[in-house]
Design a binder for this molecule. Structure first.
Ligand code: NDP
Length: 259
């Protein structure tokens, strides 16, 4: 039996990377998915390829969420996946001493405000039926400090916490609307491309970036999508307010050995 049959899912940031993989895995489990993204061209292209609907949605825009609510008023699953690092237009200072307030706000607006609006949309849409699953894509960076990417880490930590507030609020209301966060570490997506480059040094850079990861490799988008399928499905009806690391063992502890 498909694990998500007869369900409707909204995925943000679904034009590529992790969001697109989630849409594909949900489809494979019998789910209807509405792909949304700020990147209308790729989003429409990928939605066409999957025979799904695409709706342009900038997660920072209250108006866009209101429009989505009129077009898709009662989703079963909402995945708040869209996110930025702050380095999309090149390397800028994101450490606590030099980051500008504008850069700090820009990261929080997409990652945190976008997730807040997505959760609010989901609660409004799911409460009449009284069931649903909200999945917020946080990060390993939401569980530890990241000196060179302080706004990203702060926004992802706030997503982790807001997930728990949403979960408890829904439970208090007596709704079976679950809300959980997923915390990937390095997952190979276009987000990394600017840093990795295409030259001969690409392999060495990749190795360096996962040198501290016990499994010594990047994770894949399929590995993240797999846990989202489980959290969206009725296998997870007793899981809410929880956080799921998917990090190749990075947060498990130190590798220090005696001697
Ligand atoms: P990508 O950059 O590959 O894809 C993100 C997508 O979101 C892009 O299509 C992007 O469009 C879109 N997007 C950006 N801003 C907005 C916005 N305001 N509204 C709607 N869509 C937007 O990212 P990943 O797939 O790598 O990451 C997905 C999520 O996973 C993010 O939240 C990220 O922080 C998180 N994550 C990723 C990790 C990784 O190693 N890849 C690790 C930990 C967490 P455009 O290209 O036009 O900007």
């Amino acid at each position: 039996m498909p694990r998500l049959s007869c369900k409707l899912a909204i995925v943000t940031g679904a034009a590529r990377g992790i969001g697109l993989a989630i849409a594909r895995h949900f489809r494979d489990e019998g789910c209807e998915v509405v792909l949304t993204d700020i990147d209308t061209e790729n989003g429409q292209h990928e939605a066409d390829a999957l025979s799904f609907r695409f709706i342009s949605l900038d997660v920072r825009s209250e108006n866009d969420w209101a429009t989505l609510a009129t077009l898709c008023p009662s989703p079963d699953i909402v995945v708040n996946n869209a996110g930025i690092t702050g380095f999309e237009n090149g390397l800028v200072a994101h450490d606590p001493e030099h980051a500008t307030l504008a850069d700090w706000h820009a990261v929080h607006r997409t990652n945190l405000d976008g997730t807040f609006l997505g959760c609010r949309y989901a609660l409004h849409g799911m409460k009449t039926r009284g069931t649903g699953a909200i999945i917020n894509i946080s990060s390993r960076s939401g569980l530890v400090g990241i000196p060179g990417a302080a706004a990203y880490a702060s926004s992802k930590a706030a997503i982790r916490n807001h997930t728990k507030s949403v979960a408890l609020y829904a439970a208090q209301k007596g709704w079976a609307i679950r809300c959980n966060s997923v915390h990937p570490a390095a997952i190979l997506t276009p987000m990394w491309e600017a840093m990795l480059g295409n030259g001969p040094e690409r392999e060495a850079r990749m190795k360096d970036l996962v040198a501290d990861t016990p499994l010594k490799r990047f994770g894949t988008v399929d590995e993240v999508a797999a846990i989202c399928v489980m959290l969206a499905s009725d296998e997870a009806t007793y899981i809410t307010g929880s956080e799921f690391s998917i990090d190749g063992g990075l947060l498990a502890g130190s590798a220090a050995q005696p001697g």
